[in-house]
Write a new protein. Structure first.
Length: 78
């Protein structure tokens, strides 16, 4: 059974240039501190090196700015 809370979840998918699992794990940990209620994961097997963020509200611009300030490319995948 799907709850109303589950229906309110947003999923944002970002294209990145993160190449290594160790780096992805470090980024995921740092973002998890900033967004503790979010589910955050990478799919480095995908050609777009996906960063996926799930939450009731996803701060797209904040995530992109943080990634850029950390030296990585990041954009919403359309």
């Amino acid at each position: 059974m799907v709850s109303k809370e589950d229906l309110d979840i947003m999923i944002e998918v970002f294209k990145t240039n993160v190449e290594h699992k160790v780096t992805a794990d470090q980024i995921q940990s740092a973002l998890q501190i900033q967004f503790p209620s979010s589910r955050i994961n990478f799919d480095l097997e995908d050609c777009d090196r996906i960063l996926r963020v799930e939450d009731h509200e996803v701060c797209i611009q904040t995530i992109i700015e943080w990634m850029n300030a950390s030296g990585f490319q990041c954009e919403v995948l359309n």
